[in-house]
Design a binder for this molecule. Structure first.
Ligand code: HDE
Length: 676
């Protein structure tokens, strides 16, 4: 954000609530706010200083417990609109009318790290959406990976203990690359499929704006005739699904630990509103047993080629929060917040979540009234006989707080289904009380192989490298071997290469007979667009003035965002007197913070500038990023010997250069580049 924008924002804040007189929380005007009340200028502070006591006590209690998982998150407001009525499948009011805009609040998060941890770590990402519908709040509390590590909520505390920093030394932060996580994996083999996803590029997204979201569980849609469909939810980002590369992700964590939140915040401030389409996969109730996996098993995807994703609406994030604590930190999601027309299934992971989320808010938000916090309040009226508790905000009137009653004419009273009362789907359930896992949940590897088979070669290489990195950090030789042996069930090639890399016994037998693949699982087949891609323009005094300027304008016209990196901030002067404003220096702008590089150069760069620029270009090249060069910038490309490599675009003609470079930018990365 430029300084001017920041100044404008500050003015707005001042006009809003800063211009007022300062008071205590009890409304008494404050005459002095810098010095505590003392017995003499050099004397002790007095107990009767109520302003000091109040200020300090409030400060002492400012923190609340962070979320046990998904502590590091960032959120925004927006709206959702359905494309066509979904009446055939569900009676949910917000899915009926294409003209209706439903307000939403979306929080993205990493899972394992603490609240202050870095954002581009290898991890699943939370994608939690609260729809403030006229029939009550509906929460779709999903992830950017469509399957989960475990099949039964009973194991969730074990999984989380295993992935969190090890308790004896509290290391490592926000990373699964350690012994206890991989010990859990090897001894809980239902994790195989999700581990393939977390070792893939999906676990290092480029941006919250460029990742998919999934409801993970199978839910149920119910229409007004009482007919049910099984449903899986998908969010498809309009900008496509794109990732960082591992070396880059690790460097970004140091250069900008707020990379993802910054990207979301800045995009919304700039009016580049993140958009996602909502998709549903639907299966008729009577087809429940027609698949070679169990529809209730959360470690399985429904291959899109078999059960197509029907795109039904769009989510647009168009407003940043005003206060991160009040909104992002205090928002309380719950997969159990459903509205009429959306119901649960017996997925044992989902069933357990229905308990856990309210329970966690009770400790995190300090009592049973968190639904009254502004960010959690439904937009429709709500009344019942619940009363009191910590932090109660509603002032209920009258003596009656029970049902049934005559004194208040039996209000509030339950509502019939026809008038909008929620009635659970009347599924017939009949069984013995057992602690068991269904036989139909016991194939842990076929879909892990389906995922592997669906990857492009570069994606497979990244998965091999990710396993080798993670297991390379594991100290126990036994755990390393157990994991390698486990993954022979997914792919012998994968297990063998990883074994070689991490120095354990290379398995000779194994492999899978699954040959099926699902192209929709590969990011190679995602949408490719240049929009909102950040391009670092490397230039210093003496650049080829007006021609470079027109290239920069050409890039802007195509929706990409050029930002100038120079040796100093302020005005940079072209050879013909053209002036441009530098946004970054080589100290503050790093190649890893950009999607592409445009080397415009200078007719007389100092040695230092030349070296900085060459490093910048080389690093971007090694991360497979598009690189463009014109005029004096071409010399730098020659010097690092990358001319002619895929994704390296060189030219002086503004129009042709911009066309070709923007095409290369849309490609995201150029994997067919040789790095030798
Ligand atoms: Fe969560 N999860 N989870 N989870 N989860 C929480 O709730 C839990 C699971 C997800 O931005 C907690 O408010 C159990 C799957 C997101 O505020 C907690 C199980 C999926 C968020 C909890 C799961 C998720 C959470 C921690 C196994 C993808 C962040 C703080 C049965 C579909 C929401 C909180 C936000 C947060 C429990 C598994 C997604 C402890 C017991 C599967 C996006 O209640």
């Amino acid at each position: 954000m430029s300084k001017n924008k920041k100044d404008e924002q500050l003015e707005e804040f001042r006009a809003d609530d800063r211009a007022k007189e300062m008071t205590t929380n009890h409304g008494v005007k404050v005459s002095e706010d810098e010095f505590s009340l003392k017995a003499g200028e050099r004397g002790p502070t007095l107990m009767e200083d109520f302003h000091f006591r109040e200020k300090m006590t409030h400060f002492d209690h400012e923190r609340i417990p962070e979320r046990i998982v998904h502590a590091r998150g960032y959120a925004a407001h927006g709206e959702f609109q359905v494309y066509e009525s979904m009446e055939e499948y569900t009676k949910a009011g917000f899915l009926q009318d294409p003209d209706k805009k439903t307000p939403v609040f979306v929080r993205f998060s990493t899972v394992a790290g603490s609240k202050g941890s870095a954002e581009t770590v290898r991890d699943a990402r939370g994608f939690a959406t609260k729809f403030y519908t006229d029939e009550g709040n509906y929460d779709l509390v999903g992830n950017n990976i469509p399957v989960f590590f475990i099949q039964d909520a009973m194991k969730f505390p074990d999984l989380v203990h295993a992935v969190k920093p090890e308790p004896h030394n509290e290391m490592p932060q926000a990373a699964s690359a350690h012994d206890t996580f991989w010990d859990f994996v090897a001894n809980n083999q239902e994790s195989a499929h999700m581990v393939m996803w977390t070792m893939s590029d999906r676990a290092i997204p480029r941006s919250f704006r460029m990742m998919e979201g999934f409801g993970v569980h199978t839910f149920r849609f119910v229409n007004d005739k009482g007919e049910a469909h099984f449903v899986k939810f998908h969010w498809k980002p309009v900008l496509g699904t794109h990732s960082l590369v591992w070396d880059e992700a690790q460097k970004v964590n140091g250069k900008d630990p707020d990379f993802h939140r910054g990207d979301l915040y800045e995009s919304i401030e700039a009016g580049d509103y993140p958009e996602y389409e909502l998709g549903v996969q639907l299966v008729k109730a009577e087809d429940e047993f027609n698949f070679d996996f169990d529809l209730l098993d959360p470690t399985k995807v429904w291959p899109e080629e078999d059960i197509p994703v029907k795109i039904i609406g769009k989510l647009t994030l168009n407003r940043n929060v005003d206060n991160v604590f009040a909104e992002t930190e205090q928002v309380a999601f719950h997969p159990g917040n459903v509205v009429p027309g959306i119901d649960f299934t017996n997925d044992p992971l989902l069933q357990g979540r229905l308990f856990s989320y309210t329970d966690t808010q009770l400790i995190r938000l300090g009592g049973p009234n968190f639904h009254e916090l502004p960010i959690n309040r439904p937009v429709c009226p709500f009344h019942n006989n619940q009363r009191d508790g910590y932090g109660r905000m509603t002032i209920n009137k009258g003596p009656v707080s029970y049902h049934k009653n005559s004194l208040a004419k039996n209000t509030p009273s339950p509502v019939d289904e026809e008038k909008g009362g929620y009635v659970h789907y009347q599924e017939k359930v009949d069984g013995h009380k057992v602690r068991a896992r269904s036989e139909s949940f016991k194939d842990h590897f076929s879909q892990a192989t389906l995922f592997w088979n669906s990857m492009s070669d570069p994606e497979k290489d990244h998965i091999k490298e990710a396993f080798s990195f993670e297991l390379g950090k594991v100290e126990s030789a036994s755990v390393k071997q157990q994991v390698v042996d486990m993954f022979t069930n997914v792919s012998l090639e994968l297990a063998q290469e990883v074994a070689e890399n991490i120095g354990v016994r290379v398995p000779e037998t194994g492999g899978s007979d699954v040959t099926k693949s699902s192209p929709a699982l590969s990011q190679e087949n995602t949408k490719k667009k240049p929009d909102t891609r950040k391009v670092a323009v490397l230039l210093t005094d003496g650049f080829n003035g007006s021609e470079v300027h027109s290239i920069i304008e050409g890039l802007e016209d195509k929706g990409v965002q050029p930002e100038i990196v120079s040796d100093k901030l302020g005005r940079v002067k072209g050879a013909d007197g053209t002036e441009l404003e530098a946004n970054h220096t080589y100290l503050t702008g790093e190649s890893v913070l950009f999607d592409a590089i445009y080397a415009a150069g200078s007719n007389n760069p100092s040695d230092k500038v030349r070296k900085d620029a060459l490093y910048f270009i080389q690093e971007a090249f090694s991360h497979f990023k598009p690189i463009g060069a014109s005029h004096d910038g071409k010399k730098w490309i020659e010097e690092v010997e990358i001319a002619g490599a895929p994704g390296v675009v060189i030219g002086n003609d503004a129009k042709d250069f911009v066309e070709e470079f923007v095409e290369a930018i849309a490609e995201h990365r150029h994997w067919d580049r040789s790095l030798e």
